[in-house]
Design a protein around this ligand. Structure first.
Ligand code: UDX
Length: 483
């Protein structure tokens, strides 16, 4: 029986209930199941409902992991309430929803975990997104190992992790925050306050918002994790990861993608995907700019209008993902009047609500990506060798921009200096990204970083080794605990 347990540790996996977190969580869960874990993957009813409604789960049966189980993996799928009815608009009622995540969701989680551990399922591990505020308490109560799953760069994690240092040095949380370079975070040589995550920037005056309260609790909680898993690559963030590892066992195992990159057997999209392949097939190689601002951030209506103006002025072909809540879910059609029709009539532009981003980025017609700098988007774009035009909007995206533009030089900024956006500037920047000397230079640089990513997951590469090491280490710890 002990042998049997050693072969199949059983982990309950709670992804954060947001699109950009669910995607890497699904693929990490799949990797763990392929390595012999039993996984119980738990989405909220709402996330599950969105995926089902999008039609993407038509891939195969009863739940999103049906095809994985058919392929022999032991991944079970369950759902819990986040405390709100399905029809509640979580995007429009942002603060109310996150108050629920702080105060109500933990009770549903605990009830679920209690049910699992008191059954005969032999659960030994809790894997939870680092942004949750409850994992260490729940893990301790039910005698589980706690694995914290971080879906953003190590740099972002370590800044939150050392929030107390930012406070004590006066870079955060004081009346008049310092604006000079931050150079005292272990493993981070230098970071400018304007490159911090939106919640920590000097311009952020309300530091008692619901997001700040979640951050305070979550990044205290992570300090009690048995293991930290990061969706990044050691060679890209060597010093930061080493410094974190000295404090807690930390494993860089990115980039976490579906095995076939474009063909995932598991449905993850929360909006219906438009198929863009036929349209892309009709365009010359490298001629299309892909524009998407991810799954969560909002852009202002004036910014959307200036981008629309810049796109038309630039003459470039484009696919633009315009989510119905990109400005706000009570303004579902924020594009300038006639824009979409003009773009379609000229055969130059396609506007969609959602698409398979990996499929689009992999198409040879795509030559650039105007992005909000979500971490998944950056990793996917580098994987496809597509240079980035960076327009960060929210949360970690400012810090991710620094890595992309300043450190790795695989992208350029959409706006210089202020983040005020103008159509003429947008058009000029698109031109620099897609044609000429800068474009050539970016392509050369991104090929090199792409190789770093590829090597990391090749046999013996840092991420493959890191993943194997994590599996070995957690199995040892499970067996020590069960003695
Ligand atoms: C937020 C954070 O900013 C990000 O850093 C974190 O990793 C997740 O949460 P989000 O807006 O979700 O970001 O962006 P991103 O990380 O880029 O994730 C979006 C995901 O949705 C990507 O995997 C992308 O491929 C996918 N996507 C996006 C689609 O499949 N289709 C689309 O049309 C748009």
């Amino acid at each position: 029986m002990v042998d049997e347990d050693r072969k199949r540790p059983h982990a309950i996996f709670f992804p954060y209930p947001l699109q950009g977190h669910v995607i890497p969580a699904v693929h990490f869960a799949t990797k763990l199941a392929s390595a012999g874990f039993t996984i119980t993957f738990v989405n909220t009813h709402f996330v599950h409902h969105q995926i089902s409604k999008s039609g993407a789960d038509g891939r195969g049966g009863d739940d999103i992991f049906t095809a994985s189980r058919k392929a022999g993996l032991d991944i079970r799928y369950e759902t819990i309430s986040d405390g709100f009815p399905l029809g509640f608009d979580r995007s429009l009622n942002h603060d109310q929803f996150w108050e629920g995540a702080l105060h109500v969701l933990p009770a549903h989680v605990e009830e679920f975990v209690e049910r699992k551990v008191s059954s005969k399922e032999k659960v030994s591990v809790l894997i939870a997104d680092t942004f949750f505020v409850w994992p260490s308490t729940v893990a301790k109560k039910y005698n589980l190992l706690y694995v914290s799953f971080w879906t953003e760069p190590a740099l972002v994690l370590t800044i939150y992790y050392h929030l107390h240092l930012l406070r004590s040095h006066g870079h955060f949380g004081s009346q008049d925050n310092r604006t000079d370079t931050i150079d005292y975070i272990p493993g981070v040589r230098a970071v400018e306050p304007t490159d911090l995550m939106s919640y920590l920037q000097p311009s952020c005056k309300d530091t008692s918002s619901i997001c700040h309260r979640i951050i305070d609790k979550a990044f205290d909680d992570v300090k009690r994790a048995d293991f930290i898993i990061i969706n990044t690559v050691r060679e890209l963030e060597e010093e930061t990861i080493s410094a974190l590892h000295q404090t807690q066992p930390t494993y860089a195992i990115g980039p976490i993608f579906p095995t076939g990159f474009i063909d995932s057997p598991v449905a993850t999209s929360m909006w219906p995907e438009s198929n863009c392949t036929q349209w892309l097939d009709s365009k010359p190689p490298g001629s299309v700019l892909y524009v998407s601002f991810g799954s969560y951030a909002h852009a202002s209506k004036p910014a959307i209008h200036e981008i629309a103006r810049g796109l038309l002025q630039s003459g470039v072909n484009f696919i633009w993902v315009v989510r119905p809540d990109i400005v706000s879910s009570d303004d579902p059609d924020p594009l300038p009047v006639g824009f979409e029709q003009k773009a379609r009539e000229e055969g130059r532009g396609l506007v969609v609500v959602w698409c398979s981003q990996n499929k689009v980025l992999s198409h040879c017609a795509v030559g650039g990506f105007l992005t909000h700098c979500g971490w998944n988007s950056i990793l996917e774009s580098i994987w496809c060798g597509v240079p980035l035009l960076c327009f960060p909007l929210y949360t970690d995206q400012f810090t991710n921009r620094k890595l992309t533009v300043d450190d790795w030089k695989v992208g350029i900024n959409l706006c210089d200096g202020d983040w005020v956006i103008r159509g003429e500037e947008v058009s000029k920047k698109i031109d620099r990204l897609m044609r000429g000397e800068t474009a050539e230079d970016l392509r050369v640089k991104i090929k090199k970083v792409k190789k770093v990513l590829e090597d990391a997951w090749a046999a013996g590469g840092s991420s493959e080794t890191g993943f194997r090491q994590f599996v070995e280490d957690i199995e040892v710890k499970i067996n020590q605990k069960s003695k």
